[in-house]
Design a protein around this ligand. Sequence first.
Ligand code: CP3
Length: 339
Amino acid sequence: MNTLLLDVLDGKQVERPPIWLMRQAGRILPQYRKVRAGMGSFVDLVKNPEKAAEVTIQPVDELGVDAAILFSDILVIPECMGLEYHLVKNKGPVFPKTINDPGDIDQLIHGEIATKNLGYVYNTIGEIKNRLDRVPLIGFSGAPWTLFCYMLEGEGSKTFSKARRFLYQHPEASHKLMDKLAVSVAEYLKSQLENGVDCVQIFDSWAGMLGQDLYKEFGIKYIEQILSTLPTGTRTIVFSKGASSSFGELLNLDCKALGFDWSYRPSEINSVVKGRKVVQGNLDPCVLYGDEKTIKEKTLQLLTSFDEKHIVNLGHGVYPDTPLDGVKTFVNTVKSYRY
Ligand code: CP3
């Protein structure tokens, strides 16, 4: 087994950094698009352990990345708590029912009662573990704030102003919902670990929508709560996109690695992190649209900017129309590099 990712997270020395890509399992791969076309809906695919395992393994075969990430979605948490979602073509996730007032929050189930409905995810993990022993498997969840955004808005948004407005109008109810989410996410991640994932990443994709104070009060606090309930020694990666104003607070989280988007300069990351965390990131996903020479140059620049506690990744998920050759150039450049 290629243990590069686990070795870096465990603080061991490695000959080169591991690489995986956020959103590697999905539409960049023709193999994924084929499986997806044969399924009724995205949610059907997520709920089918056999097929979800298949698409989890595809990028390991096709791209040669150093880790697999469980094929699922962050939105399974709102669903198991009582808000179902659909994926609408050319639009994204849509929730027919949303949280409109504090009373709606009391209707939601949470914790183990909710996450026991996610047996299909645990079965997918078992199925992947039966078929894949070459590289580690990353489990994941959305962070409470990002899940809150979808539960309030009912869909994606440019401003997430409904979600942000609710924090001011109903602070107590907001804390209540964040707590319900944190308890559920913690339970869910514990079950993923019990079923065999080797590490977990918490995605806070919309962290950058909140200013420093609100992100501290409603975002980081609940990531902290989740981390504090995971078994000691759990390998954890926290990715708070756009949260550079909260850099100092993120650094105090009890996690092994922090993910960074491409707005950070590597030298800035190094000078603040000072080896206290493993650093994951942070190539601009748009570099992969460049020609081969550009991709190699930018990748080598990234590789030499960080020290040996680095997991190579993009600064956000790979965009669906990224040329596969560009992705492969990125992966292969990293794999032939040596410290
Ligand atoms: O490869 C992987 O990273 C594993 C699978 C994965 C998916 N979603 C599959 C998916 C992961 C880790 C996610 C996380 C996720 N889901 C996030 C956090 C990461 C990020 O990119 O910020 C968010 C915000 C979501 C919510 C979500 N799900 C959106 C906004 C969308 C539609 C837009 C989009 O990116 O496609 C989805 C659908 C979704 N989740 C797809 C996939 C492969 C597309 C499904 C399809 O069209 O077949």
